[in-house]
Design a protein. Sequence first.
Lengths: 291, 286
Amino acid sequence: MVIKKTNIWPWLYIAPALLILAFFLVYPIINTFYLSFLDKGSESFIGLSNYIFAFTQKPMLIAFRNNLLWLVVFTVFTVSLGLILAVLFDRVRYEAVVKSIIFLPMAISFVGAGIIWKFVYAYRPAGSPQIGFLNAVLSKFPNFEPIGWLVNKITNNFALIFVGIWIWVGFCMVILSAAYKGIPKELLEAARVDGANELQVFWRIIIPVMKPTIAVVATTMVINVLKVFDIVYVMTNGEFGTEVVANRMYKEMFQFHNFGRASAIAVILLLVIIPVMIINIRRFREQEAIR
Amino acid sequence: MNRKITKLFSRTLLHAVIIFISFMWLMPSLGLLVSSFRTRNDVLSSGWWTVFHHLLDFNQYSIENYNQVITASGMGRAFLNSLIVTIPSTIIVIMIAAFAAYAFARMEFPGRQILFVVVVGLLVVPLQMTLIPILRIYNKLGLAGTFYGIWLAHTGYGLPFAVFLLRNFFGALPKDIFESAFLDGASHHTAFFRLALPLSIPALASLAIFQFLWVWNDLLVALIYLGGTEEVSPLTLRLSSLVNSLGQNWHLLTAAAFISMVLPLVLFFSLQRYFVRGILAGSVKG
């Protein structure tokens, strides 16, 4: 650089950001680690008791099971549906319109989406008019008994996960669509000329070429899904076996005022996310090396 | 001829699938909008889609639900609170992030690389990790339940993404314009205010939309640091407590939910381009 005398200025430029990051992220992370080894009121050291609680108590095990269910179903559906829609929409002239429709829920809060879908899932006993769209449509089939989607233990977790999918597919679609449009058209045409059908083009060319982008989108979805809170909080508040880890943490914190347990749960969330963090940093370093 | 028919058939199928999915995606929001204009009795006795039987019968619609939730349920106050929370939270983040991002992208200083790697790492930290220590400090300082507290908190949580996005953008600006500016005797301040910022208006717009929507739609941060008092509750918080208190009063709940969605939807439709650009820049690279 030409200017050498201004050594203090870089620090003044980043100082506000560093101070705020240190206060709101770095310090609390360290402090939460520490609190997770203390008791309810953070007064005395109790070793690993909070972690033993987290991995043995029934409500926690249910929360872990549900998070795992979210992780698998949500991630698989958002990414694959996002990819399929990106490829399909590319073939029609009204692409912009349908993309906006799929993307629209991204602008809506999880709380708003929770209310929208609670109404879709609304349940009335058989015989009375169904005001929930889902039960109303299904009632057209003979012998259908209306289902309390959010209460029924077989359906409720999937009903909640679908709300998440409804919101996030648009995000996946936008990124995957940009990557899809980046594939040279000659590559796809060449395969078609050689006699490959559309499915073969999809599996043998589109997916392998888009793999890096698919990986980025999938990791983003994994991060989102591990932190899921609002949807469950608004729609069921974790009742009927729908609790997830973040809701459990909130309850330990505000209902039971057990800050030790709440901290331990937060630490577990962070530990699960650390591999993703490492992948991200590595990917960032690779990109910097190319620059 | 046969091939033509197959092609026609597959095209029709394609359109049918696309229209079906789009319909499925739009239908829940449409149901909310329609229901918010129907009377209590109508909403409870028939599905919202029955309005399409006599769509132009305007007697079936009313704005009474909106009157009621804005005044009696406190959604008017909550709307104002959401603005009070969101606007400063958006502006402060962008200002602080822009300076830091410029330093990371264009200035030389020891530790630059490692500090930025820390920022990349912080991008994915779950908020849950920070809630208890910050809340304790807030309680001591009297910041819990105040707008100052939540502005600062949203600034902290939004910073890693903002710095990351802007730094990548500043870094991608052509080098020679900076070099020739420095040769002409420009300082870093001039380069920052006269070159980097004006050239980055699209990136700043993307970031502003992101942060605005993120804060506007946030529930968790407001729930923890603002608490439940009505004077300070933003829309999401108010709405989540109405879910409990209004229960099956769908005519009111739908109107309240729609009020919370109006501003994000307007932003979304008018600035979708920047929104998409921000997603692509922030995510493909990180």
